[in-house]
Design a protein around this ligand. Structure first.
Ligand code: NA7
Length: 544
């Protein structure tokens, strides 16, 4: 392994051994750079290592939610279901780590708590909770967008005496809910996956819902070998569609196999019967790509309201009790402006005799007691409390570390009013520091594997460009950053996303600045922008 800078411990330090960290490490090795990954967990997998709650699975289809960089890997790995379980995705991450011999370059159980750039040496120095200190000219944050769990600030939580689990920090040993009464707080994507599974095992389940979410059926199924074989023969073409198409990299594989574009650009002119028939067809096929049926669903309030009405009618058809159905119908945000959930039997679960829904808008939590939850007029007792309360998304992991850039500038000061980046990749004043799928890039609005590969490839091209130019320091200008932030805002403001009150905006964290963080123009447009920047001599990046 060659070293570019003999004064440092490594050429590159990478924080996080999820898919982003693993691919970054692999590409760094291919370039002959020495790299070290620091990972808090005792295994690879990132999000898929921590989020092992019952029912956890991906909401992007397996054959799309996988690496494309190695055709032997993509041909050999066998996905078993349309939507892979957490266990299968974790096994895939482990397979990637072993296949490319990555583990020996990863320090596990090592949480980076600080990173400081030294202007005089042009090195980053990171401090690890193990006491280790390591330095490198490049620091790559592969810390994930949903990696800092949100523990809700509910009075009395610490007094609860039963068993308590956080969905995103689930124990590694299996949890048995049989003969147990359970309370679940939260009805986001995690809860919507977990609730049907817990309900099947538990004696009784009470769901505490503050805001209902839109959910569509996954129509999950085992994958058919001959279908997979045919799909894999054409993998390159499918990948091209994921990377450049309108689907934000998710794919909807059966539809995509027919190269289908959105069915309509707008709902204008469609009768109610025509509109319903189009959405119904996608509802039956399953998956989040239903939102692509009518292209202006996320931009046009009328189309969006018609779409929401369709889902409300579905909920009322599925759920027997009218009051429960009403409570489950989301009315406070346009459909799709909070991440749409993809479920198996979520709404039907409320027809089970052992499941109750508490609508916290009508009966707010007064406090958590030793044995359950006190509501204004009643107390609900349970043996086990499950918190599916989400994350400090996108900026949480970066701001948890004490990151100091050029001249000691602290990231938490720079981002006091919300995250500011150029392309979601770099921050002005933080030389040689890259964020993979950072705020300002498509990130959580996209298939993460597609976005991760694109970002890592871009960073590698940039480092190669620096090498060609004999440069050891790269940063972005404030001007490029300001222009990009304005552009990200303009794109978001042309959509209904800012009306969502979601974690995309930081709205789930008290006191967090309300800034729409992901880039909403899609992975295809974003890739074109990055390619143009590269072709224009890496416009907006300053080499020295
Ligand atoms: P989400 O989508 O942020 O959902 C968190 C849920 O927890 C949501 O229903 C919240 O209600 C609820 N919540 C949070 N705090 C409270 C308090 N204090 N009281 C009651 N309810 C509360 O997180 P997930 O883990 O489900 O999903 C995150 C992403 O992971 C998902 O989009 C996929 O990409 C994978 P609220 O809406 O704030 O009223």
């Amino acid at each position: 392994m060659t070293r570019t800078d003999q004064k440092s411990d490594f050429d590159i330090i990478i924080v996080g051994a999820g898919f982003a960290g693993l691919y970054m490490l692999h590409r760094a090795h291919e370039m002959g750079l020495s790299a070290r990954v620091f990972e808090a967990g005792d295994n690879v997998g990132g999000t898929w290592y921590w989020n092992r709650y019952p029912g956890a699975r991906c909401d992007a289809e397996s054959l799309a939610y996988s690496f494309s960089f190695d055709s032997d890997l993509e041909q050999e790995w066998q996905w078993t279901e349309r939507y892979a379980t957490q266990a299968e995705i974790l096994a895939y991450a482990e397979h990637v780590a072993d296949r490319f011999d990555l583990r020996r370059h990863i320090s596990f159980e090592s949480t980076v708590d600080g990173a400081r750039y030294d202007d005089s040496t042009n090195l980053w120095s990171v401090t690890v909770d193990t006491g280790e200190v390591a330095s490198a000219p490049f620091l790559i944050m592969a810390t994930g967008c949903l990696s800092v769990p949100l523990v809700p600030d509910i009075e009395g939580l610490e007094n609860y005496k039963g068993k308590r689990y956080q969905a995103s920090l689930w124990p590694h040993e299996s949890v048995d809910f049989s003969n147990q009464t359970i309370g679940v707080i939260g009805t986001g994507s995690s809860a919507i996956q977990a609730i049907p599974v817990i309900a099947q095992q538990a004696e009784h389940l009470t769901v505490f819902q503050r805001t209902p979410n839109f959910s569509v059926p996954a129509v999950n199924a085992s994958l058919d070998d001959s279908w997979v074989g045919a799909f894999k023969k054409n993998y390159r073409e499918h990948r091209r569609f994921h990377k450049l198409g309108l689907s934000s990299g998710f794919g909807d594989l059966e539809i995509e196999a027919r190269e289908r574009q959105p069915d309509a650009m707008t709902a204008e002119g469609l009768s109610d019967a025509e509109f319903d028939a189009m959405i119904e067809a996608r509802w039956e096929q399953g998956g989040a790509y239903i939102l692509g049926t009518i292209a202006d669903t996320l931009a046009n309030e009328t189309t969006n309201a018609r779409f929401a009405d369709f889902v409300h009618r579905k909920i009322r058809d599925i759920v027997d009790d009218p009051a429960t159905a009403d409570a489950l119908c989301p009315t406070s945000h346009p459909i799709g402006t909070k991440r749409i959930c993809v479920d198996t039997d979520y709404y039907a679960t409320y027809n089970r005799p052992n499941v109750d829904l508490v609508n916290l808008r009508e009966e707010p939590i007064i406090r958590i007691t030793e044995t359950g939850i006190q509501l204004p007029k009643r107390h609900v007792a349970f043996d086990t409390l499950v918190l599916a309360t989400g994350f400090d998304a996108m900026t949480g992991a970066l701001l948890k570390m004490n990151i100091q850039g050029s001249n000691g500038q602290k990231l938490k000061d720079k981002w006091a009013e919300g995250p500011r980046t150029y392309l979601g990749l770099m921050m002005a004043g933080f030389p040689n520091l890259f964020t993979i799928t950072g705020p300002g890039s498509p990130s959580v609005l996209s298939n993460m594997l597609v976005s991760i590969e694109q970002h890592v490839d871009f960073i590698i091209s940039l480092i190669t460009h620096m090498r060609d130019k004999n440069s050891s320091r790269i940063e972005t200008s404030l001007q490029a950053e300001d222009q990009w932030v304005n552009h990200v805002n303009d794109i978001a403001n042309a959509t209904l996303f800012p009306k969502g009150g979601s974690w995309y905006l930081g709205a789930n964290i008290p006191g967090k600045p309300r800034v729409f963080m992901p880039y909403a123009a899609g992975v295809g447009v974003y890739r074109e922008v990055c390619d143009e920047v590269a072709a224009d001599n890496y416009r907006g990046f300053i080499l020295s």
